[in-house]
Design a protein around this ligand. Structure first.
Ligand SMILES: Cc1cc2nc3c(=O)[nH]c(=O)nc-3n(C[C@H](O)[C@H](O)[C@H](O)COP(=O)(O)OP(=O)(O)OC[C@H]3O[C@@H](n4cnc5c(N)ncnc54)[C@H](O)[C@@H]3O)c2cc1C
Ligand SMILES: NC(=O)c1ccc[n+]([C@@H]2O[C@H](COP(=O)([O-])OP(=O)(O)OC[C@H]3O[C@@H](n4cnc5c(N)ncnc54)[C@H](OP(=O)(O)O)[C@@H]3O)[C@@H](O)[C@H]2O)c1
Length: 253
């Protein structure tokens, strides 16, 4: 049975590559004529499964205007879409929502000297898109990217991060956090605990304080909630359009 797809909202993309980072983590690289988006936003990807278009939101990892489009995903046990996406081959079709959505963008973030980007797992993606643009480097004196994963093998995108470190040696700091194994280089704990005991700030040599700091948090909703709560005890506040603050968030589920 063919499924009617609203061509005003969806464009047909072509898979260039499904790049395997680990047995669970993949980058889907796609060519698709999407509308312009702002770094940090997400779109939807969809595949016809049975008699319906199954679609889910995914953040752009590529910068606006960059081709191919890149989406970084984890296969979720029993997940209907991710377990199908992983089997795609170059040339296969995939539906991409033409218009992007989302407010995890620098346009929403007030001015401050320092920007902290806190992510778990696949939610490093929107921050990489932002960091590939010129805007953050023009706006902030110091930028810290924190990537929290369970295992060191899940610290993907090391080439992109190394390039950023080379390009912005004084301005950029990358802090890997690996929660379930010891490594020589990563912090081992959950992000809220690392803020509470001061280890994160000591590692970077930069305090997280309301007067100087903007924080963007993305990923696991429990981490987003717990980290926000920790930051609120430090005097930072949720950033809203009508009531600007220092903490801008996006939950992945
Ligand atoms: C705004 C937004 C942006 C998103 N961007 C991404 C992205 O760039 N990459 C990505 O992999 N996912 C992203 N997601 C999640 C994505 O939309 C799907 O939920 C996910 O890929 C699972 O789809 P599924 O059909 O296989 O399983 P579903 O049946 O939809 O599984 C949902 C369950 O899987 C778990 N889960 C979902 N996503 C993740 C994740 N990323 N990491 C860990 N556990 C997860 C949660 O327990 C959730 O309840 C985003 C979600 C939102 C709301
Ligand atoms: N990664 C795997 O090996 C694995 C294995 C089986 C299934 N899965 C499934 O794959 C999906 C993605 O897993 P993932 O590893 O990318 O994401 P994840 O479970 O969100 O873990 C990423 C990081 O976030 C931390 N975290 C989790 N809850 C937190 C909280 N409440 N506060 C602060 N930090 C928190 C984790 O620490 P902790 O380690 O302390 O939780 C880890 O460092 C999940 O649906 C999971 O069920 C993953």
């Amino acid at each position: 049975m063919s499924v009617a797809i609203d061509r005003k909202r969806w464009c047909e993309g072509r898979v260039r590559e499904v790049y395997r980072w680990t047995d669970k983590l993949y980058s889907l690289r796609v060519d698709a004529p999407v509308q312009p988006f702002t770094a940090g936003q997400f779109t939807k990807l969809g595949l016809v499964i049975g008699d319906e278009l199954v679609s889910r939101p995914y953040s752009y990892v590529n910068a606006p205007g960059e081709a191919p489009l890149e989406f970084y995903f984890v296969t979720v046990p029993e997940g209907p879409l991710t377990n199908r996406m992983v089997g795609l081959s170059p040339g296969d079709a995939i539906e991409v929502m033409s218009r992007a959505s989302g407010f995890l963008t620098l346009d929403e973030v007030p001015e401050a000297p320092n920007l902290w980007l806190l992510s778990t797992g696949t939610a490093i993606g929107p921050f990489l898109s932002i960091l590939k643009t010129a805007q953050p480097w023009l706006r902030f004196e110091r930028i810290v990217l924190v990537h929290a994963v369970r295992l060191a093998a899940e610290l993907s995108f090391s080439d992109s991060i190394d390039s950023l470190l080379r390009e912005h040696p004084e301005q950029f700091e990358y802090v890997p956090v690996v929660s379930r194994e010891d490594t020589a280089f990563a912090l081992r704990a959950r992000v809220p605990a690392l803020i509470e005991d001061g280890r994160l700030e000591r590692r970077v040599g930069l305090p997280i304080e309301a007067a100087t700091t903007q924080v963007m948090i993305c990923g696991n909703p429990d981490m987003v909630k717990a980290t926000s709560a920790t930051l609120y005890t430090r005097g930072l506040a949720r950033n809203r359009r009508r009531e600007p603050g220092q903490v801008t968030v996006e939950n992945y589920w």
